[in-house]
Design a protein around this ligand. Sequence first.
Ligand code: ADP
Ligand code: MG
Length: 678
Amino acid sequence: MELDSPVTDLKGVGDELAKKLAIVGVKTVGDLVENFPRRYEDYSKVVPIKDLRPGVVTIEAKISSASGRYVRRGMHITEAIASDETASVRLVWFNQPYRAAAIKAGQDYYIAGEYALRRSRFSIANPSVELVSDFPVNTARIVPVYRETKGLKSNQIRRLLREAIINAKNLPEHLPKWLIVAQKLTDYTSAVTEIHFPSSAKSLESAKKRLAFEEVFELTLAALLNKQDVAHEKGLKIAFKEQLARDFVARLPFKLTSAQRKAVWQIYQDMAKSQPMNRLLEGDVGSGKTVVAAMVAVMAIEQGFQAALMAPTEILARQHAETLLNLLSNVGYGEQVGLLLGSLNLAQKRLAQQKVADGSIKLIVGTHALIAEKVDMHKLGLIIIDEQHRFGVGQRKKLQAKAGHMPHVLHMTATPIPRSLALTLYGELDISILDELPPGRQDIKTKICSPNSRTELYKQIDKELATGRQMFVVCPLIIDSETSQGLSVEEVHRQLSEHDFKHRKVALLHGKMKSMDKEKVVADFLAKKYDILVSTTVIEVGVDVPNASIMLIMGAERFGLAQIHQLRGRVGRGAHQSYCFLMLSDSKAPLQRLRALENTTDGFKLAELDLNLRGPGAIYGTLQHGALDLRIAKLTDIQLIASARAAAQTFIDKNEKLNKYPHLDARISALRAVTNLN
Ligand code: ADP
Ligand code: MG
């Protein structure tokens, strides 16, 4: 049996079971082996019956007089007696009518379950039982618990895994020998055997360490190889023109922060090289990424190259175009800024396209329509992608293909990705971080609120609105579901516009609306035609309404810290003191986690906290990076990550050839396809 054999090669796996396994992502024997447990239950201690104490227990005993009956409609009970040399104990199963027939009298069983007092008698309820053997899987050991699905239970998965591990005895080692020796890693066969069926807590730790190491090593190696590839591509040199940079800065109404200066300088240096830049500019909301983008773009277009800026939404693209036009006008390039959106009419599109072709537009701003439209971009020297995680790999590839060569690429994101995570996920990118906000920003006052204090809060809010300010209300859902009433935009909009704020003008915005309608709502809100905008998280990215000073988040405990932080960034953009109210969905909702938002406005710190509290999934959620899922490694395990990353670099420095390690090669190829941002 090979790792790539289909699961149907395993005993007892028919089409039916194969379908269920496919639901949890298991198609091959290898998938099964790599389907790691979610957690474990410790049944390893086998005790004599006379020593039983209430709690989770395992015994070794013979079972007698098993019989089942219905005690009433819909309630079946199977009872049996288990005995060892020391004593007997009652076993009872509820609604498992097949149990009695499955038990063979006189055989030795391991029996595991909860020993407790029930109806004035001690018994073990719903125990797992299996015949005594050298390789028990459900009892008498540390037992793995898997992700289950309807009709696929952990005990089935355990049985299949035992068979897979016994039959595929020589699982291939994909890491190089020198690496295993140097890092004192458990070999692959032992590691996967132990991760499923640990022989001790200690060996489980070593197995996890090996698999975590391998995971980060592979991710990093994939990223480094991608980076190498980019380095071999030919790009266009965009020289650094000092005078232009000076002129640009001199005409800004403010001084650049030192973080901005450093980032701009790093980017200028990258662009002056003949190999294409591939850099990530990370900066919290409001850290001033747009100015950086403008300075970088002007350097390209001044030298006759085209530059493109892609934004995730039309609203954002318009705002960017406007800002860039202003900034570039300062140095005489305003007329070379153009906008291309899918929603423009044909004549407008034609005009934009023609202006790009004849060179009168050099900085073209748009959404992914830039890729779809027939725009002549053969002189494309620079691509700036705002909120890069919202673009798929395919889209990025297409944009590159349009240029016919590899342009310099600058990815910008406001998602504060902790450095450890960024380096692991995006190892092929160079990273610049704007870790400093422009001076003079006031802190947004943030407060957690219980629904009991709603009336009070609304009164306070109304006073602010009366002074001419505006409010965003963000809801976690579009339509109410049975379990979460009053949390949808529709319901909240109705509630606010018909009751709590019926004397105010209340608008509604959500992602299912037509793009044109959305834009109109935002434009009207910006023009103060509304006091309140009730929205889903579609406003998370980039909507800029300086007069809005209140952010009210409904069902706040449903959001990640980093996400709320981003939402909060929608206010505090003007001169007014701003507020963020985190409304819990009920007075019992957990709020401890949210406290951090009251205490800090550092997006990186909050993301780091999310990472620790909710795991990488929380960050992936905001990144929409589902394909890359760290299953074993914790990104908080700094030391392991550092050594795995170093090992990947060593692999490259040693000039190791991947094709020497076919299994590693296959895994790396799969990862490269996902992580490649180019
Ligand atoms: P983001 O990084 O979220 O895209 P923006 O580029 O939109 O941030 O900048 C937010 C605001 O800060 C803008 O109004 C911009 O003009 C202003 N700004 C940018 N850099 C500075 C600076 N160095 N000093 C003062 N204000 C700045
Ligand atoms: Mg921005």
